[in-house]
Design a protein around this ligand. Structure first.
Ligand code: ATP
Length: 295
């Protein structure tokens, strides 16, 4: 059984259809990235999963419990860690008091371990916290009861690059323990680093749900060549050469074809240097994000 099963989930705010008949499922033990530009509808999905907003149509189940039913959702929530998009805290409580309170509500088996990695200044009142410190406090509370499923709205927003890296390492370790993770993000690189699958939402509609490795492999390889004599596009009259650019004795293109055909074409030329790399993930995703993207 899928951990999260979303079926025909639709949320309209007046004329704005923020989620339009979404269908997807999250399997046990996977890290699923939920990506989309600003206003695409990511937070709306998360708010419905957590029962903060009722769907206009359709539904979702978490661990088999229907999120539209308060009692059922409460049962699911006992196994969920949640990180909201804009964590809110009573400003006068200290971080330690906040975590004590959360511990009473839902348990606390991992606080110390988490506080070794994420380091909010616990003795200070939250009103003195920086954005990143608030985010770290929210991360600790999301994981401290050792939930089976994490639902997180932009968990790395506000974290500095080192803390982002620590968070990504932590997520990978969580996956190894069997934890299921669903999180929204704007950061394409983090999806590449940690996610097994990605769902891309745009204008309320799910444009694709894909395995990240497959998505990247379909994006081809970026080839950068430096040759003794200048080359032209005619020297690469092959299937799968995209975006050919040349400058002097250097050429660049994206290659999605058969590598043997590429090497055969190169055999007639003296190669001084060659780089064959994965394309930046931005390029792969731009297809779904940009104006030219599928709808
Ligand atoms: N309470 C609301 N009332 C009316 N419209 C809303 C409300 N909440 C969200 N919207 C609209 O629904 C759409 C989706 O918003 P949502 O916050 O889900 O997007 P998002 O993908 O999370 O965006 P971001 O990445 O900027 O956080 C937007 O057009 C937004 O203006």
């Amino acid at each position: 059984m899928a951990v999260i099963e979303v079926q025909g989930l639709t949320k309209a705010y007046g004329d704005t259809v923020a989620n339009d008949r979404l269908d997807f499922s999250i399997e046990s033990g996977e890290i699923f990235g939920y990506l989309g530009p600003n206003g695409a509808g990511k937070s709306t999905t998360i708010r419905q999963l957590m029962g903060f907003q009722a769907p206009t149509e359709g539904t979702a189940t978490i661990f088999g419990h229907d999120v539209r039913d308060d009692r059922e959702l409460r049962q699911a929530k006992a196994r969920i860690g949640f990180l909201p998009g804009e964590p809110a805290f009573a400003p006068s409580v200290t971080g330690a008091e906040f975590l004590d309170y959360q511990a009473e509500l839902k348990g606390d088996t991992r606080r110390d371990e988490l506080l070794d990695l994420f380091t909010p200044p616990l003795s200070r009142p939250v009103r003195e916290y920086s954005t990143g410190n608030k985010q770290m406090l929210a991360i600790v509370q999301a994981f401290m009861h050792d939930p089976d499923l994490l639902i997180m709205d932009e968990p790395t927003s506000g974290l500095d690059p080192l803390k982002q890296e620590a968070f990504h390492d932590f997520l990978r370790a969580e996956r190894a323990r069997g934890t299921t993770v669903f999180f929204s993000s704007h950061i394409l690189g983090e999806v590449r680093r940690v996610c097994d699958r990605v769902g891309i939402i745009r204008d309320g509609r799910l444009v694709t749900v894909e395995n990240v490795a497959e998505l990247l492999s379909r994006g081809g390889k970026q080839v950068h060549l430096h040759t003794e004599t200048p080359l032209t596009e005619a020297d690469f009259d092959l299937d799968g050469v995209v975006g050919f650019e040349s400058e002097g004795r250097e050429v660049r293109f994206t290659f999605t074809g058969d590598y043997n055909a590429l090497f055969a074409a190169l055999a007639d030329h003296r190669v001084v240097d060659i780089d064959i790399d994965e394309p930046p993930i931005e390029e792969v995703f731009m297809h779904f994000y940009g104006d030219e993207g599928e709808r």
